[in-house]
Design a protein. Structure first.
Length: 319
């Protein structure tokens, strides 16, 4: 059993269980391990937690000290790092984030291999051996020292990839987004705008300390109020740090006059942005969600449509 890394990376309270020295040494090992036969290149993404910036700098210092080049995608999602690792031929990728249910003071370092998947356990074991001081790694010198480079273009390319996945235009739809002051705050609106939606956003003012605070998918009631207040067609509450896990994505409908599955299709097409699994593309099993209602909106109760992607359920509940 791993001493430092769990099923979803190395987690801990910033500078307590997971320190800046840990991050530096992880960078040192990866830069050396993947750079033994060629110039190593590693891409790094992070969420909006204040400590993420500190860990980004420490990882970059470790990588470049071992001779690797570090490419910074800045604030982005885990799936975007996974996509760029394999599409742009990086040796590995690093995502600095923790699960949305974890306290702000906690953070994590997730490692991805060249295929954009979870790092092999054999490599994790060697990293832990180095963290315990059982291995000496040489420093790069002279022209062999690595460089840190801006790679926000990778994030933009991922946004373009997500837009290309859509088979529907959302022109004329009023869409609400709650970005939870997290990793999607700079991405989600651009995606829906490009698809023609009239987009309204909350939870898009991160300050390093307000991630998931009274917003996002863990506080769906805020989006429900926002959707009703602005009479929007659909709303998406995103997790603050979308990962390769199966998070909840919830939608709140302000009117039941239109019963199309546009919201479900939008959820499918945003699966890469929110890392939700590839669930069935068939119509929502709830008949009320799959056809246009013949009754006027005034004659029906207002409902909340909740999509639980982990259970593949799409069901409206009266509110």
């Amino acid at each position: 059993m791993s001493k430092y890394f769990g099923t979803d990376g190395f987690r801990g309270e910033a500078n307590v269980g997971l320190t800046v020295e840990h991050a530096y040494r992880i960078g040192r090992f990866l830069g050396w391990y993947y750079g033994r036969e060629h110039k190593c290149s590693v891409v790094i993404g992070k969420d909006t937690r204040r400590s993420s910036y500190m860990f980004e700098n420490a990882l970059s210092a470790g990588l470049t000290a071992s001779g690797a080049d570090a490419y910074l995608m800045h604030v982005t999602t885990t799936p975007s790092v996974s996509y760029i690792v394999r599409s742009d031929d990086f040796d590995c990728g690093i995502m600095i984030s923790a699960q949305p249910s974890i306290l702000l003071r906690t953070n994590g370092i997730k490692l991805l291999n060249s295929a954009g998947e979870k790092m092999e356990q054999s490599v994790i074991d060697e990293i832990e051996n180095y963290l315990d001081g059982n291995l000496e790694i040489p420093f790069a010198t002279g022209a062999n020292i690595g460089r840190t480079q801006d790679y926000s273009a990778g994030r933009n390319r991922y946004i373009g990839y997500l837009i290309s996945l859509s088979t529907h235009s959302y022109k004329g739809m009023k869409v609400g987004l709650d970005c939870a002051n997290g990793s999607t705050w700079m991405m989600a609106k651009n995606i829906f705008d490009a698809l023609g939606a009239d987009t309204y956003v909350i939870g898009n003012e991160p300050d390093g300390t307000n991630i998931n605070r009274d917003c996002g998918s863990t506080h769906i009631e805020n989006l429900q109020k926002y959707v009703r207040l602005n009479r929007l067609d659909v709303g998406f509450a995103l997790t603050a740090t979308p990962t390769a896990a199966w998070p909840w994505m919830k939608t709140a409908r302000s009117s039941t006059a239109t019963r199309s599955c546009m919201s479900a299709h939008a959820t499918c097409r945003l699966r890469a942005a929110s890392a939700i699994p590839k669930w069935s593309r068939r119509s929502c099993p709830t008949s009320a969600c799959t056809r246009r209602s013949t009754r006027p909106a005034s004659a029906m109760k207002r409902r909340t449509l909740v999509i639980n992607t982990s259970r593949r359920i799409c069901a409206p509940t009266d509110t």
